[in-house]
Design a protein around this ligand. Structure first.
Ligand code: EPU
Length: 422
C-alpha cells in the first residue's frame, strides 16, 4: 500500500494541466454498452475508478483498449451480468445497470454496499427504471432487472429527500434512449457530467433535449451507433488545485479548465480573499493567494451550487484562514471524516449535524493521517502543503481513485511530495 509524504512549507508556482473528468468518464464508458459499434473516448483520466470501469466492460465481454487517455470500447457481444468481484470495488459501477437493461432487456448488478460518505441508496435509480417498465427483484445481494418486451417511455420524477441524483439521472437517461416513445425526467440532476453524457449519447444517435437542466426529454430510438468523444475537464480536480494554489501558491495557472463549470468554486475561493483570473477563452486561470484572508460560509448544493465533492478541500483551506467559517453539506451530511484527521494536525473544527464550524488557526503541524475517501484524502494533502514538518498520508489508494498523477502534478508545481511503499 502506498503512502504520500508531504514536506510542508514549499511554495507552488507554475502551470498544471487539468485531466478529463472522472465522473463524466465513468457513465460515458458504461454508455458504450448501448451499441455494438466502436466507441472512442478521449481524455479519460488514468485513475483506478476508470480502470475498474474498463475491467467491468471487459468482464461483460467488451473488447476494450486503452492508451494515453484514449479508450476504444467495442461492446459487440456482451453478457447481462456485472461480476460482484469488480462491482463491489466501485459504487459508480451501478451505472452499467441502465445500458445493460436497455440493450439486453435484463441486467444483474450487485446492490452497492454502504460507503464512508453516507448510506448512498439506489432507490431513485430503481424507481426510474421501474417506471420505464422494468421488473425489479433482489436475490443473493444482486439487483435483477428484467424487461422482456423492452422499455417504454414514461414521465419520471427523480427527486429524492436530499435532492436530485446524478448517476440515477444517468441510468434512466441511458435506458430511455432505447425505450419506445418519450421519457420525461423531472428533477433531473443538472451537473455538467450529465450534460457530457447526453452529448455523447446524442452523438451516438440518441434524441435527448434539456440535459444540463432539471427537465430532460428523451425520444427513444431503435439503435445507437459508434462515436468519438472527448471528455470535459475535471472541475473537481481543477477546484482541488485552485485550493492548493490559494493555500500554498504564488501564482499557479491551471490549463484545460472550463470557467462555466467552476463558478461556485471560484466564488468560494474569492470569498476567502484570493484572486482567480481566467483568460478570455475561459479555459485557463491563474490563482493568486490573497493578503487579507477571511473565513466564509459554504453550503453544498446540486449544480450550479457549491459541489459536495469540493467540501473537504475547502475545509482544509479554511482551517488556516483567519475567522470563522461554517460549512454545511446538504448532500452527504456525514461526509466529514477528514475533519477528525485535520484536527490531529491542529485544526480547530467542530462537526455537528452535517455542519462543520471551522475557526481558522495560524498554522497546522504535520502528523500521520489516514485517508478515508477520495476527497477527504485530497483535503489532507492540501493541509499538509503548508503544515510544519512532514505529513504521512496513509491509504493513498483512495486518492488514486480519482486524481490522475496527483503527486507528479504537485511536484511539477514545486511541492515536496514523495510516494513511498509501506
Ligand atoms: N440518493 C438517494 N437515492 C438514490 C440515489 C441517491 O436518496 O437512489 C441520495 C444520496 O444518498 C445523496 C444524494 O441523493 O444524498 C445525491 O446522490 P447522487 O445519487 O447524486 O450521487 P451519485 O450519483 O452516486 C455522484 C458522484 C459523486 C458525487 C455525487 C453528488 C459519480 C461517479 N459520483 O454520485 O462523486 O459526490 O454525485 O454530486 O459521478 C466523488 O467523485 O468523490 C463522488 C463521491
Amino acid at each position: 500500500m502506498d503512502k504520500l509524504l508531504v514536506h510542508g512549507g514549499t511554495t507552488l508556482r507554475g502551470a498544471v494541466n487539468i485531466s478529463g473528468s472522472k465522473n463524466a468518464s465513468l457513465p460515458i464508458l458504461a454508455a458504450a454498452l448501448l451499441t455494438d459499434e466502436d466507441c472512442i473516448i478521449r481524455r479519460v483520466p488514468d485513475v483506478s475508478d476508470t480502470n475498474y470501469m474498463v475491467q467491468i466492460l471487459n468482464a461483460l465481454g467488451a473488447d476494450v483498449e486503452r492508451s494515453s487517455g484514449t479508450v476504444r470500447a467495442t461492446c459487440a457481444d456482451i453478457s447481462d451480468t456485472a461480476p460482484y468481484e469488480l462491482v463491489r470495488r466501485m459504487r459508480a459501477s451501478i451505472c452499467v445497470m441502465g445500458p445493460l437493461l436497455a440493450r439486453k432487456r435484463r441486467a444483474v448488478v450487485s446492490l452497492p454496499g454502504g460507503c464512508v460518505i453516507g448510506d448512498r441508496p439506489v432507490d431513485l435509480h430503481l424507481r426510474g427504471l421501474e417506471a420505464l417498465g422494468a421488473k425489479v427483484e433482489f436475490e443473493g445481494g444482486n439487483i435483477i432487472l428484467t424487461a422482456p418486451d423492452g422499455l417504454r417511455g414514461a414521465e419520471i420524477n427523480l427527486s429524492g429527500p436530499l435532492g436530485p441524483t446524478v448517476l440515477g439521472t444517468d441510468n434512466v437517461m441511458m435506458a430511455a434512449t432505447l425505450a419506445e416513445g418519450i421519457t420525461v425526467i423531472e428533477s433531473a440532476a443538472a451537473e455538467p457530467e450529465v450534460l457530457d453524457l447526453a452529448n455523447f449519447l446524442n452523438a451516438m444517435g440518441a434524441k435527448i433535449e434539456g440535459a444540463g437542466t432539471s427537465r430532460i426529454v428523451i425520444e427513444g430510438v431503435e439503435r445507437l451507433h459508434g462515436v468519438e468523444h472527448t471528455v470535459i475537464p475535471d472541475r473537481i480536480e481543477a477546484g482541488t488545485f485552485m485550493a492548493a494554489a490559494a493555500l500554498a501558491g504564488d501564482g499557479v495557472t491551471l490549463r484545460r479548465v472550463c470557467r462555466e463549470h467552476l463558478k461556485s468554486i471560484t466564488a468560494a475561493i474569492e470569498a476567502s480573499g484570493h484572486t482567480v483570473e481566467f483568460n478570455a477563452a475561459g479555459d485557463a486561470c491563474t490563482i493568486r493567494r490573497g493578503e487579507n484572508l477571511t473565513g466564509c460560509n459554504l453550503v453544498t448544493a446540486p449544480y450550479p451550487g457549491y459541489p459536495t465533492d469540493m467540501q473537504a478541500q475547502m475545509t482544509a483551506l479554511l482551517a488556516t484562514t483567519p475567522g470563522i467559517s461554517v460549512i454545511k453539506d446538504t448532500i452527504f451530511p456525514q461526509r466529514f471524516m477528514h475533519c477528525a484527521e485535520l484536527k490531529r494536525m491542529g485544526a480547530d473544527i467542530k462537526v455537528d449535524n452535517g455542519t462543520a464550524i471551522v475557526r481558522g488557526v495560524e498554522k497546522l503541524s504535520a502528523a500521520p493521517v489516514m485517508a478515508s475517501d477520495l476527497r477527504a484524502s485530497a483535503a489532507l494533502v492540501l493541509a499538509a502543503l503548508t503544515a510544519t514538518g512532514t505529513t504521512a498520508i496513509n491509504r493513498l489508494y483512495h486518492i488514486d481513485r480519482g486524481y490522475e498523477h496527483i503527486d507528479e502534478k504537485l511536484l511539477m508545481l514545486g511541492a515536496a511530495v514523495e510516494r513511498v511503499k509501506e
